[in-house]
Every structure is written in structure tokens, then in C-alpha cells.
Design a protein around this ligand. Structure first.
Ligand code: SF4
Length: 318
């Protein structure tokens, strides 16, 4: 079986490497169809060399943020990671929203969603949240924030290429890439466009309960197949700390040992547990920097420890 496929090829398969892969009549109903149609057998993309040379020249570190399922706080963590890194004024940070059908990162980062993208000779200008923190998302291209995006793989692939090739990011120390949950067209596109430049690694976000960990196992299998190093696993919503009495209770019970035990099982780094703090949700809704506003929260301490650990891992080789 081709390693990118999620299911075995059916008996009537024309071949995932064939010219008609994913488009042949016999592909209808096959669970691999979008993968075959969007990624396989397209021949070398003539823009690949341009993307690679631009990334090599301007972007030092690339980190993917992944989750097995939705609702585990992946975009929130991406925003926190971006804010935490940008707190170091010596760094230039870009935060790329790859969740094309559900772009929530700009709102969490505090962007004005009516902002539109400016284009110049040097490309699309990203939206700046701070002097050293910029972002790009399909959210800035919609006629209004409630517009639905119903795109097939090839169209998503084209936009992701533009995010890497046509956005004038300037020099970045870190590009943090927020991906949709699971393993879909967006993941395949970004891994193929960054294949030659290299991805420093991925962060996998989970919550403690088994229903989330089950999907994390699939995510780990995917990143191993596409050879992305795993920087570590983060357990989010790991206990609830009352902002008034500081007492801690468990909302999502780790019935099978939670993220730490899963990390041990797969021999990947466990970066830490981030407790629930209701003020995080409020900050996300208001586009405020939680880490700056609530320095005394145990969630802030946990996130900053994780970011320090990440920087140590990544910058050790600089
Ligand atoms: S989508 Fe078509 S080419 Fe791809 S595995 Fe299925 S049947 Fe084969």
C-alpha cells in the first residue's frame, strides 16, 4: 500500500500512481480519493523550487501544531506559543493558519477580521499583531466572517502554496503552523511543500481522555509516515484550576493514563500538562494575550515551561 494512503487500495483501483488516480470513475466512494486526487501523481510542481528557496532564505524554524481531533485547544495553543515566542523581542514570529475550513487563529490572536490583505510587488503582506508577530489566514480573504469555505483538495493545496510562496513574511525566526484536526489535504500539502526545506518538528496537542488519545495514535502514525520529527506531546485541559480558590479538579478524566502515559508508550517527549483556566476562553474570544494578562495562572506557568523546553530542543542546533 502507498504509505500516504489511509486505507488499502480496493480491488478495482487504477493505481494511486496512475494518471487518473482519485479521478477515475472507479475511485468514486474510495476513502483514499481526496488524497489520490490532491497529492499523488501530480508530477513535480514547478513552483516547488521557488517555495523551497524562499523558505530557506527567510524562515529559520518551522513548527507544525497538530491534534488528532477538534476541540482540544490546538489553535489556542498555537496562539499562546506565538505570543510566548514573540515576547522575546529579539525574535521574529509568523503564525500561519492552515485550517482553511475553520480559520479561528486570527480571532484568537486579536486580529480585526474585516482587515484585508494588501498586495505589493514583494507579495501579500501578512497581518501584524505586533512589531515582531504576524499572521496569515484565509479568514482575511472571506467576504464576511460567517462565509463557509467548501473547497476540495486541489484548491486548498493552491492556497497553501501561496501562503508559502507569495506572502512577504520577511525574515522569521519561527513560523508556527496551525493545522486542522486529523490528517487531511492541508497536512499533505504543507508536508510536501516543506519537504526540501525541512520541518523542525511537530507538537501534538491532546486532552487527557481516551477518546482524544485514540486519535492522537493515528496522528503519530501519520507524522512517522511522512518523517516529521515529534517535538513532543502537550496535554491540554488537564485539570481545572479555580481562579478564585485555586483548588484543582479534573474535568476530563485520564481513564487510560492520559498524555504522559501515551508519550511513554510511543517513546516521544511529554512536554507537559496545561490546566483549564476559564479566563483562557475569555481571552480567546476577546483576542487578548492571556500570558500577559494572567501571569499568576498555573496555565501560564505550564505554557511558558513548555515553550522554554521547545526552544531548548530547537535552538540547541543553531
Ligand atoms: S482513490 Fe482511486 S487510485 Fe486512489 S486508492 Fe482509491 S481507487 Fe485507488
Amino acid at each position: 500500500m502507498n504509505t500516504l494512503l489511509t486505507h488499502p487500495e480496493p480491488a478495482h483501483c487504477p493505481g494511486p500512481e496512475s494518471q487518473t488516480a482519485g479521478k477515475d470513475e472507479s475511485c468514486n466512494g474510495c476513502p483514499n480519493q481526496s488524497i489520490c486526487a490532491s497529492q499523488l501523481n501530480k508530477g513535480p510542481d514547478p513552483d516547488m523550487a521557488i517555495v523551497t528557496s524562499k523558505i530557506d532564505e527567510y524562515i529559520k524554524h518551522k513548527i507544525l501544531v497538530l491534534s488528532g481531533k477538534g476541540g482540544v485547544g490546538k489553535s489556542t495553543f498555537t496562539a499562546m506559543l506565538s505570543f510566548a515566542l514573540a515576547a522575546d523581542q529579539s525574535l521574529e514570529i509568523g503564525s500561519l493558519d492552515l485550517d482553511i475550513c475553520g480559520p479561528s487563529l486570527p480571532k484568537i490572536l486579536g486580529c480585526n477580521l474585516n482587515e484585508t490583505i494588501h498586495s505589493s510587488n514583494s507579495g501579500w503582506s501578512p497581518i501584524y499583531i505586533d512589531d515582531n508577530l504576524s499572521t496569515m489566514s484565509i479568514a482575511f480573504m472571506l467576504p464576511n466572517p460567517d462565509s463557509a469555505i467548501i473547497w476540495r483538495g486541489a484548491k486548498k493545496n493552491g492556497l497553501i502554496k501561496q501562503f508559502l510562496k507569495d506572502v512577504d513574511w520577511g525574515y522569521l525566526d519561527y513560523l508556527i503552523i496551525d493545522t486542522p484536526p486529523g490528517t487531511s489535504d492541508e497536512h499533505l500539502s504543507i508536508t510536501s511543500y516543506l519537504k526540501d526545506s525541512g520541518i523542525d518538528g511537530c507538537l501534538i496537542i491532546t486532552t487527557p481522555q481516551e477518546v482524544s488519545l485514540l486519535d492522537v495514535r493515528k496522528e503519530i502514525d501519520f507524522v512517522k509516515k511522512v518523517n516529521i520529527p515529534i517535538l513532543g506531546l502537550v496535554e491540554n485541559m488537564s485539570g481545572f484550576v479555580c481562579p478564585n480558590c485555586k483548588g484543582e479538579s479534573q474535568i476530563f478524566k485520564p481513564t487510560t493514563g492520559g498524555g504522559e502515559s501515551l508519550a511513554k508508550e510511543f517513546n516521544i517527549p511529554f512536554l507537559g500538562e496545561v490546566p483549564l483556566d476559564p479566563r483562557i476562553a475569555r481571552c480567546c474570544d476577546n483576542g487578548e494575550n492571556f500570558l500577559e494578562l494572567y501571569t499568576d495562572s498555573p496555565a501560564t506557568t505550564a505554557i511558558l515551561d513548555i515553550v522554554d523546553n521547545l526552544r531548548d530542543q530547537i535552538e540547541a542546533n543553531d
